[in-house]
Design a protein around this ligand. Structure first.
Ligand code: ADP
Ligand code: ADP
Length: 226
């Protein structure tokens, strides 16, 4: 089964700019997938459409077979998203940032609290649980966003430029955590403009440029052609 199926996806912004010119993309369940491309290529637009933050102009998106136009409420359950910008309430405590998110998915409070503890511990944030999230460093904020994205235990985790502002040390432990999630079965999709990042972490890769997919292959095969 495909985790994500994108067919002839087009996006024209209100100013007439064509950010996506008809992209096709399939991501297998369990994959570790990179969407690689320079700034302005259309990565965030694609992610935005997947999670219904951006309206598409044309095309079809299915998430585990569910058409997002027909039943986004269901599709949403499959998706955990870590956007580029920090968008949590900075005056909430770290613990509450994660627990509050559970409300959007109808998760009972006790379950939410247990999971928040589990993920904050795994992401090395447990000792900060009572701290207002604005006090965290950039790398900690990024990890908080990951913990929050996992609260409903999604089958797919999408990370938009996840290493922006994260130092080398933290990057390593963050990737180790994400790799383990993938090994346990979560489909991982990340966007990046660093080839090294894609090549070191991911199994399959699509290269996007000016709103078009110019390459879609395994990382192994891609490295052979370079
Ligand atoms: P990436 O994430 O690959 O850097 P984006 O998807 O953010 O690329 O942007 C793709 C293109 O669409 C860029 O040229 C960007 O300037 C443009 N764009 C993004 N958002 C808007 C918008 N709201 N209105 C008009 N153009 C936009
Ligand atoms: P990214 O960091 O993903 O490449 P950008 O820096 O291109 O994003 O854009 C930052 C924000 O500005 C986004 O919300 C995007 O939708 C919006 N934006 C980008 N380009 C334009 C544009 N040409 N017109 C209007 N909004 C834009």
């Amino acid at each position: 089964a495909y985790a994500i199926e994108i067919k002839d996806l087009k996006k024209r912004y209100e100013n007439g700019f064509e950010a996506l010119k008809g992209i096709d993309l399939n991501v297998d369940e369990g994959d570790f997938f990179a969407l690689l491309g320079p700034n302005g290529a259309g990565k965030s637009t694609t992610i935005g459409i997947l999670c219904s933050l951006v309206n598409k102009s044309e095309g079809q998106v299915r998430i585990f077979g569910v058409d997002i136009d027909k039943d986004f409420a269901k599709a949403k359950q499959y998706l955990g998203v870590v956007p580029q910008e920090f968008n949590f309430n900075v005056f909430e405590t770290v613990f509450n940032v994660v627990v509050t998110q559970a409300g959007f998915y109808g998760i009972p409070l006790d379950v939410a609290q247990t999971r928040a503890e589990k993920y904050l511990k795994q992401l090395d944030l447990w000792d900060k649980k009572d701290v207002q999230s604005r006090m965290l460093s950039g790398g900690m904020k990024r990890r908080l966003m990951i913990a929050r994205a996992l609260i409903h235990e999604p089958k797919i985790l999408i990370l938009d430029e996840p290493t922006a502002g994260v130092d080398i040390e933290l990057r390593r432990s963050m990737w180790e955590f994400i790799r383990q999630l993938n090994e346990k079965g979560t489909t991982i999709i990340l966007t990046t403009h660093y080839l090294e990042e894609a090549e070191q972490l991911c199994r399959n890769i699509a290269i996007i440029n000016s709103g078009e997919i110019v390459e879609n292959t395994s990382v192994k095969a891609l490295l052979k052609t370079l």
